[in-house]
Design a protein around this ligand. Structure first.
Ligand SMILES: [Zn+2]
Length: 162
């Protein structure tokens, strides 16, 4: 005949310990109405605190997953570091994008390029072309006049189909 195993483990988390303490108090003989009412108040407050804690836990999980971390493995510090790193990276990318757009912006033909070479040009409204600047004048334009607008030719793709 085997003995039925008894479950003697009691959870030691704050919520379970507080709940057991409340049960102990409720089991006392001759509780007054006001004492029972006070125990009910503590019980309700405990439930609110537990729910708030669970909501905070879930919110931290959402934030952790949003920055690519596992919760609850990730620490609060890990999550904050990841958010700060993402913010820095975003600022770097925004600055790089602004610089790239500025480098490729259209210039008035009266502005002189810094370097010789080929440029995209606009000769008249809706008339796009390309032209070479030789360091002094635009080649190929009648009387070497300036184009209406010009801009650097964007970098070519790394691989072409040719
Ligand atoms: Zn517990």
């Amino acid at each position: 005949m085997t003995e039925k195993p008894t479950v003697n483990h009691k959870c030691q988390c704050a919520a379970c310990r507080a709940s057991r303490a409340l049960s102990t108090l409720r089991a006392l003989p001759a509780l007054t109405d006001s004492t029972t009412e006070a125990l009910d108040t503590i019980d309700e407050a405990l439930s609110v605190l537990i729910d708030d804690g669970a909501a905070g836990w879930a919110a931290m999980g959402d934030v952790a997953y949003a920055v690519g971390l596992d919760w609850p493995t990730a620490t609060r510090r890990d999550i904050l570091d990841a958010i700060r790193a993402s913010s820095r990276r975003l600022a770097e990318l925004a600055a790089a994008l602004a610089a790239a757009l500025a480098a490729q912006r259209w210039r008035l033909g009266t502005e002189i390029p810094d370097a010789t070479g080929w440029y995209q040009t606009i000769e008249a409204v809706d008339c796009y072309s390309h032209a070479a600047f030789d360091g002094a004048v635009w080649q190929g334009y009648p009387d070497n006049n300036n184009p209406m607008f010009w801009r650097p030719i964007p970098p070519l793709p790394a691989e072409t189909t040719q």
